[in-house]
Design a protein around this ligand. Structure first.
Ligand code: NAD
Ligand code: DAU
Length: 352
């Protein structure tokens, strides 16, 4: 049995955060897990329906970019660990409205760092784990991989905001001795991902017979990782890494976007029994994303060698699980697309 701890998970109502919350709450019954989330468009408490009544879990609605609120939260709760996932996460939105990304991803992170610094005693085994992205490293050509040594070269407003927050985390470690660990991960996919991101967007559009928008010619490359494998990596790094460590995490699983879309079309044809009129007819090549990074690929040998992590879900299995999950949870998808999910907090929590 693990010792008692009180861990703050930010952004736990989002895609990856909900998997991390579920894992921590169920694997570590001795931990108290507080999920802090503002419930932006991307936050959905329906993601946590199955664990929300567990005694070691609580939800608090709040904005990490509000410094007074964050300081007061730390004063009241005395967390001894933070797993920080709350962020604006969608590159296309960052191109339209970069300020939101500065607000949450940079100012929000600095507020959390200030509060941790104010209330943490260095010797108590406290730890701040910042969940970051491979996009801070920029774009690769046909060859090469990002590693922990790759210089930063963020190229979208989203990537710039995450790079900035990474630098602040390291600066607080270096200047004030704040105990931190940092992970930069590649593209995640799986259940509960908001259908603005490529894989759930394709599944949902096929479901409704809508066009599948593929940027440019679909030749850009991403390294896909099943979300539960990322949650397992976060668990390992949070518990076992040394202070100040960074790990790059990826699936060693590179695909061109068009090939991912074609795989999804084939799976959906099979599941929906629409073989005669393949979903491929819905593929529509549209204008490219401005500044679209060509290729991301991660060398994750450090976490594999030092902590023994390896992804366990291969891409075909992960895509099958993901398609099955979305088709079995059409109510979840419909609530997201209709906006009904946004009333869950008022219905279930506001009166408590
Ligand atoms: P998401 O958009 O699904 O969820 C983000 C969550 O943060 C939402 O629940 C939202 O309500 C919450 N949030 C946003 N602004 C907030 C604020 N000001 N205060 C409190 N809560 C706020 O994101 P995701 O895809 O789950 O990503 C989670 C983290 O992992 C992010 O930090 C992202 O940069 C990082 N990451 C994501 C991926 C990926 O492929 N999705 C890969 C690597 C790293
Ligand atoms: O690499 C990690 C990053 O992966 C995370 O830090 C981000 O939070 C996460 O959103 C993701 O960023 P991407 O921009 O790579 O993911 P997205 O799903 O938006 O797009 C994946 C690829 O598909 C990308 O090359 C753009 C392309 N695309 C995307 C959409 C939404 C399309 O061709 N059409 C689309 O409609």
């Amino acid at each position: 049995m693990q010792a008692e701890r009180h861990i703050l998970i930010t952004g736990g109502a989002g895609f990856i955060g909900s998997h991390v919350v579920r894992r921590m709450v169920t694997r570590y019954p001795n931990y108290r897990i507080t999920n802090l989330d503002k419930l932006t468009y991307a936050g959905n408490l329906e993601n946590l329906r199955d664990i929300e009544t567990l005694p070691n879990y609580q939800f608090i609605r709040g904005d990490i970019a509000d410094p007074v609120f964050v300081m007061e939260l730390f004063r009241t709760h005395r967390f001894d660990g933070v797993i920080h996932l709350a962020a604006e996460s969608h590159v296309d939105r960052s191109i339209i409205a970069p300020d939101d990304f500065v607000y949450t991803n940079i100012i929000g992170t600095v507020n959390l760092l200030n509060a941790a610094r104010a209330f943490w005693n260095k010797d108590q085994g406290c730890r701040f784990h910042h969940i970051s992205t491979d996009e801070v490293f920029g774009s690769l050509g046909e060859a090469g991989y990002f590693t922990e040594q790759t210089p930063y070269d963020p190229r979208s407003p989203y990537a710039a905001s995450k790079a900035s927050s990474d630098f602040f985390v390291r600066a607080y470690g270096h200047t004030y001795g704040l105990p931190y660990v940092l992970t930069n991960c590649s593209n995640n996919y799986g259940p509960y991902q908001f259908p603005e991101k490529l894989i759930p967007l394709v599944i949902n559009n096929i479901r409704h017979g809508r066009p599948i928008p593929v940027y440019a010619q679909g030749q850009n490359v991403r390294d896909w990782l099943y979300v539960e494998d990322h949650a397992a990596a976060i668990d390992l790094v949070f518990h076992r890494a040394v202070n100040g460590a960074t790990y790059t995490i990826g699936g060693n699983n590179e695909w061109r976007n068009i090939d991912v879309v074609r795989k999804l079309c084939a799976l959906m044809d099979q599941k929906l029994g629409r073989r005669g009129e393949s979903a491929e007819r819905l593929i529509t090549f549209v204008a490219d994303r401005p500044g679209h990074d060509y290729r991301y690929a991660i060398n994750s040998s450090k976490i594999r060698q030092e902590l023994g992590w390896a992804p366990v879900v291969d891409f075909d299995e992960g895509l099958r699980r993901t398609v099955d999950w979305y088709l079995d949870h059409t109510e979840w998808l419909d609530h997201v697309t209709s906006g009904a999910y946004r009333t869950y907090y008022e219905r279930m929590y506001a009166g408590r």
